[in-house]
Design a protein around this ligand. Structure first.
Ligand code: AMP
Ligand code: ZN
Ligand code: FE
Ligand code: FE
Length: 299
């Protein structure tokens, strides 16, 4: 918690709301950002920008600067790679259409994962998982993901917690895991650039190191890399150092974000909002990169 009276500082450049698999509405996230003493925060829901507008409105009232963002699911060598788009125009029609396509593909993946779970003997349906997402957000423009399926398994008493749901069934390589066809990191980066955003490779420490490096170097060679999320709640010190050094070597900013997904029963899913912060100088650098490219989206 921030000390009362302390000047708000830093930007948490990675978080999820009820527009995807977060548990708090954009408004509640912003209220929390304020309490955490953040100067700014990026709303980066999976494959949707549906939470951005409400967050911007709430942020304006509270004096928290909102970075409109998105976390796009892409794929490299058959493995998921997440690409953060920051300072995108959330209302860009082409981006919206492209993200809707990603959500359609994801829905098919969810159908197949639910089938796999039923084959394992669980009485679970996609409709039930979708109802969990819908219970937190009425607007149909939301992303349903594995955490909702995990919650369903917990609600039905098949596992004791979300971690067990992932470890036994939903994590890559687990019993009900299904890989989904996704766009390439380059394609996701192009979508972000065309919507006026900057391209940051999310949590490289969570992928196979060689594949993370290959993705980053390819994007960089194509002139499509604007930053690397070196600071992430699930990165150990060694990973953080490696990706900071890589960012320095390639001459791009290193960002940090909590990947906050909400709080329930006093426990944050992933990490607490504001537990990882990007310094203001780094945010300034990213904004300069965006400005130089033109197509400036002014929220
Ligand atoms: P999806 O986009 O539907 O594939 O789900 C991805 C989300 O699932 C991530 O953003 C995390 O919130 C969550 N997730 C993925 N792997 C794990 C894991 N091993 N343990 C806990 N949560 C995970
Ligand atoms: Zn998530
Ligand atoms: Fe991610
Ligand atoms: Fe995330």
């Amino acid at each position: 918690m921030a000390v009362i009276g302390e000047r708000p500082h830093g930007y948490d450049l990675h978080m999820h709301t009820t527009a995807s698999d977060g548990w708090l509405t954009p408004e509640d996230c912003m209220a929390l950002a304020k309490r955490q003493g953040l100067r700014g925060a990026a709303v980066t829901d999976h494959d949707t920008t549906a939470g951005v507008e409400a967050a911007v409105r709430a942020g304006q009232k509270l004096g928290v600067e909102i970075v409109p963002g998105v976390e796009i699911s892409a794929m490299h060598r058959g493995h998921d790679i997440h690409i953060l788009g920051l300072w995108i125009d959330p209302g860009d029609p082409l981006l919206s259409e492209r993200l809707a396509g990603n959500r359609d593909v994801r829905r098919l993946r969810n159908v197949t994962m639910l089938e796999a779970l039923r084959r394992l003997g669980f009485d679970v349906t996609l409709e039930e998982a979708e109802r969990i997402a819908a219970s937190r957000r009425e607007d149909g423009d939301r992303t349903v993901g594995r955490p909702h399926i995990a919650e369903l398994l917990v609600a039905k008493g098949y596992v004791t917690d979300l971690k067990e749901a992932f470890d036994l069934y939903l994590a890559e390589g687990a019993k009900a895991y299904v890989a989904s066809p996704r766009v390439s990191p380059e394609e996701a980066a192009r979508w972000i650039r065309e919507a006026g955003g900057v391209v940051v490779v999310a949590h490289p420490g969570l992928y196979r190191e060689s594949e993370a490096l290959e993705t980053i170097e390819r994007l960089h060679a194509a002139g499509m890399l604007d930053g690397i999320e070196a600071g992430h709640a699930d990165h150990g010190e060694t990973a953080e150092r490696l990706w900071r050094r890589t960012a320095e070597r390639l001459g791009v900013p290193a960002t940090a974000g909590s990947d906050f997904h909400g709080i329930r029963g006093g426990e944050p899913f992933h990490a607490m909002l504001g537990s990882r912060r990007t310094e203001e100088e780094t945010v300034e650098r990213l904004l300069q990169i965006k400005k130089k490219r033109g197509n400036y989206y002014d929220s």
